[in-house]
Design a protein around this ligand. Structure first.
Ligand SMILES: O=C[C@H](O)[C@H](O)COP(=O)(O)O
Ligand SMILES: C=C(OP(=O)(O)O)C(=O)O
Ligand SMILES: [Mn+2]
Length: 468
């Protein structure tokens, strides 16, 4: 969210307390079991890196975070749809103007397809400007008989397979902060400076081949153009169309980083994580009595939790009690990531239990993380058909339960990479050698992302879609 005026900034509060916030309970997580962290507290650079981060300005404002909570409340009530997209793992070198603008453009295109096709406001959010820390299945990686610590995202260590690069370095947290600041700056400029103007819908599609998703998008853009020209002729004021809200989200995995960027709101004195607007807890760290759930229960940001196929209804209800005790619509988002083969059995008991409890959460589908497979040639990949099938399953489950399918969470990029198999301009395994760029999980490319948006639009605008 970007402010309209300086007066708004003052009214919104800035969470600018100098240094990491001191607030009761904020350090309780240090006493609790914690997983997926580097053991770097004894590193000579640790204290100075944390001190440096603690003194840096917030990346986002408390007031923006509150606006997001209101927008998510609408999604919890069936009146808006949340679109979350971006890299599995951002990289420092990947924070270039071209790559950032391609990703933002693709998210804007997906949002236009959804807004126009389903007549619902779309909350636009990037897995961006902070998505640097990765949980891993294994602590080590072995290549040709050599074992080294796993790559845990560039906020922790390097991707190169050498002992030096894989050694965790706390100073990387400071680099991650500055890279996030630069990314967010460009995103704010794009989305406030005219680049997101609805009258530019055609330009976001430029430079792509004429595959079916792009052709379909071009047709829709033509219809939007005609509608816009009509409204223009009718004297509608277009100022509001020039800008759009865009929020930043990441997995709040690395608690040393999150803690250092937690500040007190200048208006209310309450703690906010200022590393991003929306933070989520991953499937591997959602332990109810663990450090991550405790820490995030204490900040005011909207929080997401990934729910995998082993989640029980009791787990979901206990997470609600802990993270959303006030039952505040917009506070809690459940992001299910079941796998295409499991969603139709694993999701209904959760959705029904939450529905029957009366709690208002936003239900989002992440159709990526339950569908990861290893290709014959060794690359981590996902089949586009499996991803699509999980999305369809998500809508079916919500339609049957009478609940609202409130959002989509995807790993995607604006570039023409070859990481996920299939799509209407099919990617095959042979293309991986030249066009696989991700350092962690495979992402939908530009065309696959657009195709996904059309599918979701059809499901959302289905006449029998869920009760509100
Ligand atoms: O999003 C990331 C991955 O799913 C997660 O880091 C686990 O990946 P891994 O099984 O390759 O460690
Ligand atoms: C690690 C991720 O997801 P999950 O926690 O659902 O496995 C991720 O979103 O990149
Ligand atoms: Mn991932």
């Amino acid at each position: 969210m970007i402010f309209d005026s300086t007066a708004d900034i003052q009214a919104f509060g800035t969470a600018t307390s100098n240094g990491a916030a001191d607030y009761p309970g904020l350090d309780q997580w240090r006493e609790l079991p914690i997983s997926q962290q580097p053991a770097w507290q004894d590193h000579p650079a640790f204290d100075s890196a944390v001190a440096e981060l603690s003194a840096l300005p917030p990346l986002v404002f408390a007031g923006e975070v509150d606006v997001l909570r209101q927008r998510l409340a609408a999604a919890a009530n069936g009146e808006a749809f949340l679109l979350q997209g971006g890299d599995c793992a951002e990289t420092f070198a990947g924070a270039t103007a071209n790559k950032i603008s391609a990703r933002v453009k693709t998210i804007l295109q997906m949002a236009v397809v959804l807004t126009y096709g389903a007549s619902l406001p779309v909350i636009k959010m990037g897995r961006m400007a902070g998505q640097f820390a990765k949980p891993r299945s294994s602590d080590t990686e072995t290549r040709d008989g050599v074992s080294l610590p796993s790559f845990r995202g560039e906020i922790v260590n390097g991707f190169d397979f050498t002992e030096e690069s894989r050694r965790p370095d706390p100073q990387r947290m400071v680099t991650a902060y500055h890279t996030s600041a630069a990314t967010l700056n460009l995103v704010r400029a794009f989305t406030q400076g005219g680049f997101a103007d609805l009258r530019s819908v055609h330009s976001w599609n430029q430079g792509f081949t004429q595959n079916p998703a792009h052709v379909r998008y071009e047709e829709m853009a033509g219809e939007i153009d005609r509608a816009v020209r009509f409204m223009d002729a009718a004297g509608v004021d277009f100022e509001a169309l020039r800008r759009t809200e865009f929020f930043a989200a990441h997995e709040a995995l690395l608690l040393d980083y999150e803690r250092a960027l937690t500040r007190l709101d200048s208006r209310t004195g309450l703690p906010y994580s200022t590393s991003g607007h929306f933070l989520w807890i991953g499937e591997r760290t959602r332990d109810l009595d663990g450090a991550h759930v405790d820490f995030l229960s204490r900040v005011r940001n909207p929080i997401g939790v990934k729910l995998g196929p082993t989640t029980t209804p009791d787990d979901a209800l206990a997470l609600i009690d802990k993270l959303d005790p006030e039952r505040e619509a917009g506070r809690l988002t459940f992001i299910s990531r079941m796998g295409a083969g499991k969603i139709r059995e694993a999701l209904p008991p959760l959705v029904e239990a939450v529905r029957d409890s009366g709690a208002k959460v936003v239900w989002v589908t992440d159709p990526m993380h339950g569908n990861t497979v290893t290709a014959q040639n060794g690359y981590k990949t996902r089949r586009f058909d499996d991803v699509m099938d999980e999305v369809r399953g998500f809508f079916e489950v919500h339609r049957a339960a009478g609940t609202f399918p409130g959002g989509l969470h995807v790993e995607m990029t604006g570039d023409d990479v070859a990481e996920c198999l299939g799509g209407s301009d099919p990617v095959d395994e042979a293309a991986f050698a030249d066009r696989y760029e991700s350092l962690c999980d495979p992402r939908l490319n530009h065309q696959q992302s657009l195709e996904m948006a059309f599918l979701v639009t059809e499901a959302l605008s289905h006449p029998e879609r869920s009760a509100r």
